[in-house]
Design a binder for this molecule. Structure first.
Ligand code: NDP
Ligand code: 8X3
Length: 252
C-alpha cells in the first residue's frame, strides 16, 4: 500500500533534500512551497526517477491548504506520508525588543500552518488504513537559548502536538514522529537574518553543522522502519553542539 509522500517546504533545505532521498527510492512525491520556480526545478530534476508533482502552497492560508491538499490529481491523492517541514525562525532579538510581526509569522507558519496541513491530510491517512506524519520540531523546542523565544515556543508546540496526535491515533495505524534537529546548514539562518549572508555564515563558522542530506536520511530511515515501530521523537545535533551551562547574572 505505497501511497504518495507530501513534503511542505520542498523548495529548500530539508524539504528539498528529503524529496531527493525519497525519489531515489522511487516514491511518489507531492512537493509544496511558495517559490514555484524552485519547486518546478526540483520536479524537473526528479521526474526521471519517480512520479512527482509540485504545488504552490503557503501553509498559512487555511482555505488554500484545505482546497489544494484535498484536490490532488487522483494518482497522488492516496497520501501515505505527510512531512510537515515548512517553517522558519525570524530574528534573534530578546523578547523585550522583538518585532511582533516576526512572532506572528512564526506562529502562523510553524504552528498554524502545520495544524492546517495535518487536519486536512490526517483523515485521508486514517481512511486509507494507515500512514505516517513526520513533524519538524527543533532542539529549540526543548532547550532555551537567548533570542529563541517564540521560535522555541513554536517548536515546543510541535513536539507536544506530535505526542498528543499519537494518543488520538491509537489503534488507527498512523505513526507520528517529531524530528528535532540542532544546527543544520540550510537557508535557515539566511532567512532568520533576513538575507544577511555574513551573519548567516557566522553561525556555522569553524564547526561542522548537520547537512540537509543528514536530516533527509533520518526522515527516510524513520519512515522506512517496519510499520509496527513508531519513533516518537528524534533529537539530533552535530557533535560540535551541546547545551549551554546555566547563566548567572552577578552583581559584583
Ligand atoms: P530552509 O529555509 O532552507 O527551508 C524552509 C522551507 O520552508 C522552504 O522550502 C520554504 O519555502 C518553506 N516555507 C517557509 N514558510 C512557508 C510558508 N508560509 N508556506 C509554505 N512553505 C514555507 O530551512 P530548513 O530546511 O532548515 O528548515 C525546514 C524546517 O526545519 C523548518 O521547520 C525549521 O524550523 C526546521 N529546523 C531547521 C533547523 C536548521 O538548523 N536548519 C534545525 C531544526 C529545525 P518557500 O519560501 O518557497 O515557501
Ligand atoms: C534550528 C536549530 O539550534 O538554531 O531549529 O535553534 S537552532
Amino acid at each position: 500500500m505505497s501511497g504518495s509522500i507530501v513534503i511542505t517546504g520542498a523548495s529548500s533545505g530539508f524539504g528539498q533534500a528529503t524529496a531527493r532521498r525519497f525519489a531515489r527510492a522511487g516514491k511518489k512525491l507531492v512537493l509544496a512551497a511558495r517559490r514555484m520556480d524552485r519547486v518546478n526545478d526540483l520536479v524537473d530534476e526528479l521526474s526521471d526517477k519517480t512520479d512527482c508533482i509540485g504545488i504552490e502552497l503557503d501553509v498559512r492560508d487555511r482555505q488554500r491548504v484545505s482546497k489544494t491538499l484535498s484536490s490532488l490529481p487522483e494518482s497522488f491523492s492516496d497520501i501515505e506520508v505527510l512531512i510537515n517541514n515548512a517553517g522558519l525562525a525570524l530574528g534573534l532579538e530578546g523578547g523585550d525588543e522583538v518585532d511582533l510581526d516576526h512572532w506572528d509569522t512564526m506562529v502562523d507558519t510553524n504552528i498554524k500552518g502545520l495544524m492546517y496541513c495535518t487536519r486536512t491530510v490526517l483523515p485521508k491517512i486514517v481512511s486509507r488504513g494507515g500512514g505516517h506524519i513526520v513533524n519538524l520540531g527543533s532542539v529549540a523546542g526543548s532547550w532555551p537559548y537567548p533570542g529563541g523565544n517564540a521560535y522555541g515556543g513554536t517548536k515546543a508546540f510541535v513536539q507536544q502536538f506530535s505526542r498528543n496526535l499519537r494518543t488520538d491515533l491509537l489503534g488507527k495505524n498512523v505513526r507520528v514522529t517529531c524530528v528535532e534537529p540542532g544546527m543544520c546548514e540550510t537557508e535557515f539562518s539566511l532567512v532568520r537574518f533576513e538575507g544577511d549572508r555574513r551573519k548567516a555564515d557566522r553561525v556555522y563558522d569553524g564547526m561542522t553543522p548537520l547537512s540537509a542530506a543528514d536530516i533527509a536520511d533520518i526522515i527516510f530511515f524513520i519512515t522506512s522502519l517496519p510499520s509496527h515501530i513508531n519513533i516518537n521523537q528524534l533529537e539530533v545535533m552535530p557533535v560540535n553542539q551541546t547545551w549551554a551551562p546555566f547563566a548567572v547574572h552577578r552583581e559584583n
